[in-house]
Design a protein around this ligand. Structure first.
Ligand code: GLP
Length: 250
């Protein structure tokens, strides 16, 4: 646990930077969402101080079906703006599912194959949705699921509405997402959760039963997964025992 969102994000950025320094050609799995914005801001600052992304490969978790790369609300455009543009990433090595593919299911299969062809993901960064989703693996998502097209829940569309002028109806109905099984194949995972709104779902994910209804619960079975939370998000974890939370790697 870290006391606030800035420090929690800084910890995750440091994990990514450490990986890039020791393995410049690392394959990173990246996430979108407001939680990630301070992580990318920190990485951009580190880049200005010398950290290079020129050798790495990146795969983003997901994309809305029907949004193009030049739509500012697409995850491709978001990643270009927050990270890829400001750093020295090589564009052809930054992958985001194509939301405009004529056949989204085929695009999902292509994306899954591209991850495998890159040798799999070394370090995967994750956020968590209020439905307990990782990527866009809405309940119920089979724990062995692969990259595919999913239908977003009303709760997720409401959560993401601020990026769509506050109108949940304007949030696309479908997305392409890495599957739970795809995500679990990453060799190392770090999940970042910040803010009170994540406290209920975080405790369900970490202490509840492993279930397709909370896709983040599948992380309990991953041997190298670190959960980084600020005090607000960690409030209910381990019964709120801040002594234990301070030093616990979950
Ligand atoms: C979206 C993304 C998830 C992300 C979640 C959390 O739904 N598909 O990968 O974890 O948002 O969003 P936020 O960080 O804005 O709470």
């Amino acid at each position: 646990m870290r006391p606030d969102a800035e420090k929690a994000a800084g910890f995750v950025a440091e994990m990514v930077a450490t990986r890039l320094r020791s393995e410049p050609r690392a394959v990173l799995g990246l996430a979108t969402g407001r939680t990630m914005e301070p992580v990318y801001a920190r990485l951009v600052a580190m880049h200005r101080a010398g950290l290079s992304f020129a050798g790495c490969w990146t795969f983003n978790l997901d994309e809305y079906v029907g949004l193009s790369a030049d739509d500012p609300r697409s995850y491709r455009a978001t990643m270009d703006r927050l990270l890829f543009g400001p750093v020295d990433a090589v564009r052809v090595r930054t992958a985001v599912p194509d939301g405009m593919a004529a056949d989204p299911e085929l695009e999902a299969a292509r994306y899954e194959a591209a991850i495998a062809a890159a040798g799999g993901i070394g370090l995967q960064v994750l956020g968590i949705g209020e439905t307990g989703h990782i990527g866009f693996n809405e309940p119920p998502s089979p724990l062995g699921s692969r990259t595919r097209v999913v239908t977003l829940t009303a709760q997720t569309r409401a959560q993401n509405a601020p990026m769509f002028g506050g109108d949940p109806g304007a949030v696309p109905l479908r997305a392409i997402t890495m599957g739970v099984g795809t995500i679990l194949e990453a060799r190392e995972i770090v999940l970042l959760a910040t803010g009170e709104a994540k406290s209920q779902v975080l405790v369900r994910a970490l202490e509840g039963k492993v279930t397709p209804d909370v896709s983040a619960s599948a992380l309990q079975g991953h041997g190298r997964c670190v959960v980084v939370a600020d005090a607000a998000a960690a409030r209910l974890v381990l019964g709120g025992d801040t002594e234990k939370l301070g030093s616990t790697t979950l």
